[in-house]
Design a protein around this ligand. Structure first.
Ligand code: ADP
Ligand code: TRP
Length: 328
């Protein structure tokens, strides 16, 4: 028996991961893998809530996401890394939880309200997005869920749902807590939250040249037009990234504030630090992409381990809900 506390987390296979995914979640997973029993999934069913009309790229996206997990330093000997749809228990628990969750609980989740308006998503499955996430978490009786800040309302919903389950059928699930990374929100090149859907991201898979090109395009303080103009680092997304990647922040802060440091030089310094810091990960990434079989084997082994834990939880759930035929 493994007595370590359990972590479950996941990301949608939207393709290659970006710095926000890495700094906001993935890097934290890597740092937690010695202290926790880890289950990390690529949540392909969640991706269908938005990409149901374009499923052809799915398998490649799953592969790229798994490659990013491994390149970031997740160790398959310590973590079960798997694909959600390989473990059918996620669907079964989602269905059972859907019987006990009142729809208004789902309608008031902030991400639901936002995306119904901005993306016009209105399917039954999309309404159930956070409930599928609750099923992911509860299936492993997770104690902690390391994610970016935007995911906290989903963890809160998970707690509400499990309290209802425990009250109806007896105590089965522990309450999970959200674990925040050091940098909860990473800005993208346009200053908004870095996101795949805004097209403002810098990817782990980007080449050093592409990284430089993207950083050159970054927005800065609009009042600082040329070198000599004093800038306001606290509102500048380039400075926000310096905070993450540059060990010598004071020099940038002083140079920007006084005006001595121009934005172009400031960006080139950032690109240098960023590329240097990502170099080992990018090297590992290239090797993994060329070693498809190795990556797929890890996903299959991970699913096997996940199924053991998920199977045992489901057997308890069926019993608690009187869905198990008694022995005759
Ligand atoms: P995207 O917005 O690109 O679609 P996801 O919503 O799939 O990203 O996020 C996957 C994980 O990465 C989540 O845990 C999320 O909180 C984290 N994350 C995404 N973007 C950022 C960001 N800009 N800063 C910090 N964390 C982020
Ligand atoms: N909703 C998460 C995101 O967009 C992905 C996710 C699905 C997840 N199931 C999860 C995260 C379970 C943590 C735990 O990033």
């Amino acid at each position: 028996m493994n007595s370590k506390p359990v972590i479950l987390s996941g990301m949608q296979p939207t393709g290659q991961l970006h710095l926000g995914n890495y700094e906001g979640a993935l890097k934290n997973w890597v740092s937690l893998q010695d202290k926790y029993q880890m289950f990390l999934c690529v949540v392909d069913w969640h991706a269908l809530t938005s990409d149901f009309n374009d499923t052809a790229p799915m398998q490649d996206r799953i592969f790229q996401t798994a490659v990013d997990y491994l390149a970031a330093g997740l160790d398959p000997a310590k973590c079960a890394i798997f694909v959600q749809s390989d473990v059918k228990e996620h669907a079964e628990l989602h269905l059972l939880l859907s019987m006990i969750v009142p729809t208004p609980w789902l309608e008031r989740v902030p991400s639901y309200k936002e995306k119904v308006e901005s993306l016009g998503l209105d399917s039954y499955g999309f309404l159930g997005y956070p409930l599928l996430m609750a099923a992911d978490i509860l299936l492993y009786k997770a104690n902690a869920v390391p994610v970016g800040k935007d995911q906290l309302p989903h963890i809160e919903l998970t707690r509400e749902v499990l309290r209802r389950f425990n009250a109806l059928y007896g105590p089965l699930f522990p309450e999970p807590e959200g674990l925040m990374a050091e940098f909860p929100v990473i800005p993208g090149i346009d200053g908004r939250k870095m996101s795949k859907s805004y097209g403002n991201d810098i990817r782990l898979a980007d080449s050093e040249e592409d990284t430089i090109k993207k950083i050159k395009k970054m927005l800065t303080d609009p009042q600082k037009i040329r070198r000599g103009d004093p800038g306001r680092p606290e509102i500048c997304p380039v400075f926000a990234l310096h905070k993450v990647y540059n060990p010598g922040l004071d020099e940038i802060q002083a140079g920007c504030t006084s005006g001595a440091l121009g934005c172009v030089d400031c960006k080139m310094k950032l690109a240098g630090y960023l590329n240097e810091s990502l170099r080992p990960l990018r090297e590992r990434r290239k090797e993994l992409v060329n070693n498809k079989k190795y990556v797929i084997n890890i996903l299959e082994g991970g699913a096997e381990r996940a199924r053991q834990k998920a199977g045992s939880t489901m057997s308890q759930v069926r019993e608690a809900m009187h869905l198990k035929r008694p022995d005759v």
